[in-house]
Design a protein around this ligand. Structure first.
Ligand code: RET
Length: 230
């Protein structure tokens, strides 16, 4: 188990939560964006603290570790991030109906993705592990479909919001696609890469997906909102 990146994760996420809240918009259409994105690293800080203190780090019979706190973190943070993306798409939409349905369906697919990923991690090495991994990837494809098809079309009803939405969703998609790859090559998958290396890579990905994304997505949306609609 690697302690240093877990402690670094706790410190970065705690400070980032405060920084995102302090620097974010406090009025207008992006107020909700600030609140969502400040909550995300606060949850992550809690998870990194638990992992650092060894709470919920399950050592399986094959010697690999499942960090249960990491999956609990993702169960809450990824739906928050997606709820933010859905509401940003609706900033461009001419009609606001259907937002609840999009949030519900994308969050459901996302939670299925994370929970089946946890099952894949806990399963002993072999077919069952990869069946659950594949099922998690199927749910992920559903998430990506909603992001890139109906939601992108809604955002695109306003040209500048549509462009900001595609920029934000592109950044999110590239980062999120790396998570299953790290899982597959790390100790929870084929174990070609060590536990220490995967903990470091997940830390970098988490900082990009939770902290850097909070700032860049707000900047893109703010610039788009300042432009007239079509
Ligand atoms: C797992 C393993 C099983 C297959 C798939 C996965 C996808 C995980 C993702 C996680 C994203 C986490 C983020 C956290 C930051 O807030 C569960 C690794 C598809 C996409 C963005």
């Amino acid at each position: 188990m690697s302690q240093t990146p877990l402690l670094i994760g706790f410190v970065i996420m705690s400070l980032a939560s405060l920084a995102i809240y302090a620097k974010g918009a406090h009025r207008g259409p992006l107020r909700g964006h600030t609140l969502i994105h400040a909550a995300v690293p606060f949850i992550a800080a809690t998870a990194y603290l638990a992992m650092y203190l060894g709470v919920g780090n399950l050592i399986k019979p094959d010697g690999s570790v499942t960090y249960v706190a990491r999956y609990l973190d993702w169960t809450f943070t990824t739906p928050l991030l997606l709820a933010g993306v859905v509401s940003s798409a609706f900033l461009g939409a001419r009609e606001q109906e259907g937002q609840g349905g999009f949030v519900t369906s994308i969050v459901t697919l996302d939670v299925v993705m994370i929970v089946t990923g946890l099952v894949a991690s806990l399963a002993p090495y072999g077919t069952i592990k990869w069946v659950f991994f594949a099922w998690s990837c199927a749910a992920f494809v559903g998430v990506l479909y909603l992001l890139w098809k109906p939601l992108a079309a809604l955002a695109g009803q306003h040209a500048a919001i549509g462009a900001a939405y595609r920029k934000n969703t592109g950044f999110l998609t590239v980062l999120w696609l790396i998570y299953p790859v790290v899982f597959a090559v790390g100790p929870e998958g084929i174990w070609a890469v060590s536990d220490a290396a995967t903990v470091w890579v997940f830390l970098i990905l988490d900082v990009l997906a939770k902290v850097v994304y909070a700032f860049t997505s707000e900047r893109n949306l703010k610039a788009a909102l300042a432009r007239p609609g079509v």
